[in-house]
Design a protein around this ligand. Sequence first.
Ligand code: FDA
Length: 308
Amino acid sequence: MLRQPILLLARSERVKQLVSILPVSSGIVTSYVPGETTQSAVDATAGLADAGLHATLDFLGEDTLDAEQADATVAAYTDLLSSLAARGLTRGAEVSVKLSAIGQALPDNGHKIALENARTICRAARNAGTSVTLDMEDHTTTDSTLAILRELRKDFPETGAVLQAYLHRTEADCRALAYEGSRVRLCKGAYNEPESVAWQDKLDVDLSYVRCLKVLMAGHGYPMIATHDPRMVEIASSLASRYGRVQGSYEFQMLYGIRPEEQRRLAAAGESVRVYVPYGHEWYGYLMRRLAERPQNLTFFARSLISK
Ligand code: FDA
């Protein structure tokens, strides 16, 4: 019931300004974001590597309407990639990029600018010995994001995509992307979407997730199973057996700070596990989407605001 209103607030500039007075060190923020700096992201990656976990790093930011801001985001990624390489961490760490943070939403030539900026990040990732996954945002960007993926994959075939099970179109997109060499992260979807394009009931989203998972696990690509849902994890494991997939021919992914003990349990059982690590000062939209998934955390959030 609270999911929709919280997701609407996630896009409110006024509430963002109010909430952004919270320091990144406040409890609710650090439970999901390790810090604001490149150093904090690299340290978090090193800590995960020590625990046998891989990472994908996201420099927080989205929906930018400022070309300079988009350039600054590209620079943040290239800086991050060289820092990861300098610490010898790129074997187990890649980056996740939101195209709206690097220009996709710009009114003039947004698609083209995002493609060129994504190319720069892919080149930096290649030079550092790793890869990029394109995050998926709201449904109005899906076609543009998949078109950019196709372009990038011509030169950087290691580039991964995200598909969201709550969208009606996603089972077909999974079929189209289940080819050899393709890396697809399947998540449930985190945005406020209309009934015309997305399932609204949790049960329908879960059923779609399982159908999509079947397509990806039966296919020839590399499925990245992004969920904290114990049922989905269990179903993914049985599908791996059903389709003769060995450990390492797919991976589990979870968000930083969510079910860390399960991340370690899966890794100890021999599974590849990657943790999505967001960092930077633009944490507002990300935090609101996490609160929408778990409104129980609202009290914790309100307490952080009051004690500020
Ligand atoms: P669900 O929401 O049903 O939660 C299952 C269980 O997980 C809960 O019962 C609870 O125990 C735990 N849990 C879930 N959320 C929690 C929270 N915030 N705090 C504490 N516990 C929580 N979305 C998107 O639209 N585009 C994208 O690019 C990505 N990228 C992405 C990468 C990775 C690695 C992950 C794991 C997720 C994403 N997502 C995403 C987010 C995704 O779409 C989805 O919103 C969340 O993962 C929550 O869905 P679950 O599958 O975890 O199930």
